[in-house]
Design a protein around this ligand. Structure first.
Ligand code: LLP
Length: 421
């Protein structure tokens, strides 16, 4: 459930009409609902129930510091994958002890920044990284807490570009080698092993791959304990999928996911961390856009809108489906139309939807791309020298611009012409 509903004939974000935001901020613009973000965080928090746990928001999905502050103040931790994300989390007031550092290529500099600023744990993904982290920590006179990310060789049955838990993927160390790798880690002076990490992919719509991976992690926990390691923490990654309103898909609920975790690893007495991104932010955001032209092509009707692939790249990159709805509520029984919904960018990939059957919309009218809160704004760019898309946060009847649209002067003045030209 989210808080983008029609009321009095208009699509609202909580108690604010989206049309009002379009009027005041312009389009395209991302609009997030604070109540939806908090609700989704709480669902996970509740789902893990009495197990000691921390829900670390995968902030790669939506990293505006206003959103991070909202979730951080509610008790969320953060899963970060770069110095930039670490700095954003800290700027939002999230304490280091609630930040986990993931990623296959952390640099020594990034390790130093996190150790200086405070960190809950590094999720280490290779032996060379382990070596580097131990050296950095030793030089600083500190001990770095780590988990090792294991690759369980489980097929997440999701889009190839976002599957991460098969043996041919670049992530983690093969689970079959884990005992050897933990032995190496335990012998390194700058590291303290605290647990195990796993993440098998994103937009999973079935619990079975999670179950397969978590059972392997439970077995590994016992084997590592028998080897003398203190395994007190399990980071079980993110990846639970959301409904994108295609084919009435119904991914499992956080409550079912929590019950699965309890069943697979609850008996081990570990502190549980999870790293959900999309399920918290995805349906908490829409991309609001305006129709520039209705254009008739050869047997096709094009809806040319002012948002483009630089603002929302998911359809071009992952063939992703985003529901598209008019901001003015269509009258019941109105005849649907079939559109190709496209942006103004000069390549055919700038297509949001082909042959989409939806209520008719006309030039000048507003539409909303649903489920765009996750991996929307964070993946936007200035391609075609279009201005970076702004972001707005709604809470109740108030809204605020949390990232303004830059001016053209601001965009252009970032470039430098060398003296010798
Ligand atoms: N933890 C790790 C280590 C990850 O790599 C990811 C996502 C997550 C957590 C969060 O996964 P989530 O709960 O959001 O599924 N840009 C793509 C998604 C890339 C996901 C990358 N890793 C998209 O737009 O679908």
């Amino acid at each position: 459930m989210d808080h983008f509903l029609y009321r009095d004939g208009q699509l609202m974000a909580e108690d604010v009409p989206l049309a009002r935001i379009a009027d005041e901020v312009g389009t395209p613009v991302y609009v997030y609902s604070a109540a939806t973000l908090l609700r989704h965080f709480t669902l996970f928090d509740d789902a893990l129930g009495k197990m000691p746990h921390l829900v670390c928001f995968a902030m790669k999905s939506l990293s505006n510091i206003a959103v991070l502050k909202l979730l951080g103040d509610a008790g969320a931790g953060m899963d970060v994958v770069s110095e930039g994300e670490y700095r954003r989390a800290r700027a939002a007031g999230v304490p280091g002890e609630r930040i986990v550092f993931s990623g296959v290529g952390k640099t020594r500099h990034e390790m130093r920044v996190a150790l200086e600023g405070g960190i809950r744990q590094f999720n280490v993904e290779s032996e060379p990284e382990m070596q580097a982290l131990s050296e950095v920590a030793t030089a600083m006179g500190v001990i770095a807490p780590i988990t090792v990310r294991v690759n369980p060789d489980v097929d997440a049955k999701t889009h190839a570009k976002i599957s991460t838990g098969k043996k041919e993927d670049k992530f983690g160390i093969p689970i079959g080698r884990a005992r050897d790798v933990y032995r190496v880690a335990a012998a390194l002076p700058g590291l303290k092993v605290v647990g195990i990490d796993v993440h098998i992919g994103s937009q999973l719509t079935d619990l079975a791959p999670f179950e397969a991976a978590y059972i392997k992690v439970a077995e590994l926990t016992e084997a590592l304990r028998a080897d003398g390691h203190e395994i007190t923490r399990l980071d079980l990654g993110g990846g639970l999928g959301i409904p994108y309103m295609r084919n009435n898909e119904a991914p499992p609920l956080p409550m079912e996911y929590g019950a699965l975790i309890q069943k697979c690893v609850g008996h081990l007495g570990c502190e549980i961390e999870i790293e959900p991104g999309r399920l918290i932010s995805g349906n908490a955001g829409v991309l609001l856009s305006k129709v520039i032209y209705n254009k008739s092509g050869e047997g096709r009707e094009f809806l040319i809108v002012d948002g483009a692939m630089n603002d929302l790249i998911r359809p071009a990159m992952y063939e992703a489906h985003h529901d598209i709805v008019p901001v003015i509520e269509p009258s019941p029984g109105v005849a649907r139309q079939t559109y190709d919904v496209v942006g103004p960018i000069c390549e055919s990939g700038d297509t949001f939807a082909k042959e989409r059957v939806m209520p008719p919309v006309k030039e000048g009218e507003l539409i909303a791309f649903r489920s765009a809160g996750a991996y929307g704004a964070v993946m936007s760019s200035e391609y075609n020298s279009r201005l970076m898309v702004p972001e707005v946060l709604v809470q109740g009847d108030q809204f605020a611009v949390i990232r303004p649209r830059p001016t053209y002067d601001e965009m252009i003045s970032r470039d430098r012409v060398p003296e010798w030209l």
